[in-house]
Design a protein around this ligand. Structure first.
Ligand code: CAA
Length: 257
């Protein structure tokens, strides 16, 4: 499939999507989100792809949903328009998703990064939910995911005042997992993605499912889900291969079965 608003490639088990609307700071238009979801579906169907990387450019990961596109929309257009379903489709991806963020990650850009499983930030990354400045509030999970990531006080501060936080602040609060120099961002994020891509795909999927469950369930129920998923790994060839390789002092080769 050919795309206009994104660039797509696959390298060493990693499917990469780069937003390609530099003239609009990668604002997440309906077309861009539709293409992103299509690319993620292609990656899901491709057994060679074991980890997915989503990135923007040095100036912007994404400066939000496309304001110009939605400024005249009514509530019913928003409710029935299917735009939210595109965000849900990103959340439903089972393979690991890494966001590599430089520059602005505002509004929907911040929300999209937070839907990803890991955020790697460059030193120039800035995160914010500035919808309040344009008379709105976050609409793609920001009030929920930001609060879980950084806590109530900072989430309120950011959402109510429109305050942006730096990469270092994001690291200190746990919103991102690592911060690297801007020129090293893609290489570092790719390195991480490739490290993940050689693990057992089925174990990766089960681990992701178990961690996401922690946001949905009370502790004891989450632990029960984890135990079931952990026991399920013992039904896979990859678990047998992994443990045998350890005892035979060799590298495992995971086939995803
Ligand atoms: N939607 C549409 N276009 C956008 C955009 C957005 N979210 N953000 C930037 N652009 C466009 C600008 O309109 C401008 O286009 P023109 O050259 O045609 O005028 C171009 O990108 C460059 O932007 P600036 O000139 O403003 O660049 P800057 O470096 O001076 O400022 C910025 C950068 C601070 C990010 C500023 O562009 C800005 O405040 N953008 C809007 C941020 C925002 O409010 N995001 C939330 C959107 S709502 C949302 O996301 C809802 C949701 O929860 C799903």
């Amino acid at each position: 499939m050919s795309y206009k608003a994104i660039l797509v490639n696959v390298e060493a088990g990693v499917g990469c999507v780069q937003f390609n609307r530099p003239e609009a700071l990668n604002a997440l238009s309906r077309q861009l989100m539709t293409e992103l979801v299509a690319a993620l579906r292609e990656f899901t169907a491709d057994s060679e792809v074991r980890c997915i990387l989503i990135t923007g450019n040095d100036k912007a990961f994404a400066a939000g949903a496309d304001i110009k596109e939605m400024m005249e929309a009514g509530a019913v257009d928003m409710y029935l328009g299917g735009f939210s379903a595109l965000w849900d489709a990103v959340y439903e991806v089972k393979k690991p998703l890494i966001a590599a963020v430089s520059g602005y990650a505002f509004g929907g850009g911040c929300e999209l990064a937070m839907i990803c499983d890991i955020i790697v930030a460059s030193e120039t990354a800035q995160f914010g939910q500035p919808e309040i400045n344009i008379g709105g509030i976050p609409g793609a999970g920001g009030t929920q995911r930001l609060t879980r990531a950084v806590g109530k006080s900072l989430a309120m501060d950011m959402v109510l005042s429109g305050r942006r936080i730096t990469a270092q602040e994001a690291l200190a609060t746990g919103l991102v997992s690592r911060v690297v120099p801007v020129e090293a961002l893609l290489a570092e994020a790719m390195k991480l993605a490739k490290e993940i891509a050689v693990k057992s795909p089925v174990a990766l999927q089960l681990a992701k499912e178990a961690i996401l469950e922690s946001f949905e369930s009370p502790l004891s129920a989450g632990v029960r889900v984890e135990r079931t998923l952990s026991h399920l790994t013992f039904a896979t060839d990859d678990q047998k291969e992994g443990m045998r390789a350890f005892s035979e002092k060799r590298k495992p080769f995971f086939k995803g079965k």
